[in-house]
Design a binder for this molecule. Sequence first.
Ligand code: SF4
Length: 169
Amino acid sequence: MRYGQIRHYDVANGPGIRTSLFVTGCNHHCPDCFNLEYQDFTAGDPWTEKETAEIISYLQEDLTRGLTILGGEPFEHPQALWEILTQIKTQVDKEVWIYSGFIYEDLIQDSDSLELLKLCDILVDGPFIKDLKNLSLRFRGSSNQRIIDLKKSLGQDSLVLWDEKSRDD
Ligand code: SF4
């Protein structure tokens, strides 16, 4: 797996101050993609143990609420991300958001993707659709995209959206 960047402090991709990881490689090719350069599977740098340690150190800071994984398409690399998240979680337990151009109903049909989802708390799903673009939406670009509470959804076999009002931010 390759990655385009790690942001130490990010306030745009999930609640609170977060560390974010942008993987590279995506086959969705959404018109008006917000990260065109990260569609390329050869963009960025190869992931190593150094990057895993870097993320762990950022997440260990008290002010960092969690980790967000986006891209590119994270679910082009479900096994690699599963291994990285498993390693991170042995050192620090913080909330994990993950973005995908695939929809939840399709991701849970794929065993590797399902295992990765089980390590995450929130999924923002679906491709960016230009005609449904809405700048007033939090943490997503178009109104087809859903913010899904994975702990509740995977636990009860029905989709539960994130309850934004229950959060303290
Ligand atoms: S899923 Fe994201 S990275 Fe991939 S083409 Fe669509 S907007 Fe771009």
